[in-house]
Design a protein around this ligand. Structure first.
Ligand code: ATP
Ligand code: MG
Length: 238
């Protein structure tokens, strides 16, 4: 399996006046196509910082980031936004839906940002995605008319609209109760089984147990990197 993501000596500093905050202190990691990775570690250990760099929302201070064969650390802002909209899907803890838009319109948003002309075909695709995440009966609802779990399903459908290679989640179950979290994780597992690569930040061991591999950060370094064995995954398959 080729590595879909590879980072080499990745360093991220933040500069606050005269102070330098060393957040990522030289990370080396490779993630295979088709993998399902949980990124864990204490608060402040750099998980979101790393995910934002992997999502081309931020740049490393030094080091390389290869997405497939391409070194994205060398790209211009325009190229980065092109990569974001064609290669990557994002799911956040707070769903990030637009309240005035319906389910279908929220799913369409990345296409709109990309300058794709919306038509019957794009609409049909968004409706199919809403159906895929179990919201076929809620197409015209607005976010406030949906439960948290349903809102996160919309966000998952939205993350799929560009058929991304890589889905990045920052605590996608962070605002959800246990039962709803399990539903969301079942959905992510299905997406992974259908071939999507997923990298997801979580604080919770129960959630990380759904992943195939768990990488823990501490103080800006990789503290451990463990593959969940198959038996455990089946047992937790509920
Ligand atoms: N824009 C910024 N400017 C300065 N420092 C920052 C900035 N963003 C993050 N940091 C610092 O970088 C460190 C890592 O932050 P990050 O958000 O990556 O942590 P995290 O592991 O995601 O934590 P949490 O589990 O609380 O979400 C923290 O010490 C934080 O204060
Ligand atoms: Mg974070």
């Amino acid at each position: 399996m080729p590595a879909i993501v590879r980072i080499v000596d990745l360093v991220k500093n933040y500069y606050l006046g005269a102070q330098t905050v060393h957040v990522l202190k030289g990370l080396n990691l490779a993630f295979d196509e088709g993998d399902f990775v949980a990124l864990m570690g204490p608060s402040g250990s750099g998980k979101s910082t790393l995910l934002n760099i992997l999502g081309c929302l931020d740049r490393p201070t030094s080091g390389q980031y290869y997405l497939g064969e391409v070194d994205v650390s060398e790209m211009s802002d325009d190229q980065l936004s092109e990569v974001r909209s064609t290669y990557l899907g994002f799911i956040f803890q707070s769903y990030n839906l637009l309240p005035q838009y319906t389910v279908v319109e929220n799913i369409e948003l990345p296409l709109l940002y990309q300058g794709v002309k919306l038509n019957e075909a794009t609409k049909a695709r968004c409706i199919a995605l809403a159906e895929l995440v179990g919201l076929g009966e809620r197409l015209d609802h607005r976010p406030l008319q949906l439960s948290g779990g349903q809102q996160q399903r919309v966000a998952i459908a939205r993350s799929l609209v560009n058929d991304p290679h890589l889905i990045l989640g920052d605590e996608p179950t962070g605002n959800l109760d246990t039962k709803t979290s399990i539903e969301i994780m079942q959905m992510l597992r299905q997406l992974n089984q259908s071939g999507k690569t997923i990298i997801m930040v979580t604080h919770e061991n129960d959630i990380a147990a759904w992943a195939r591999r768990v990488v823990r950060l501490r103080d800006g370094r990789v503290e451990s990197d463990v593959r969940n064995d198959t038996r455990t995954i089946v047992e937790l398959g509920r």
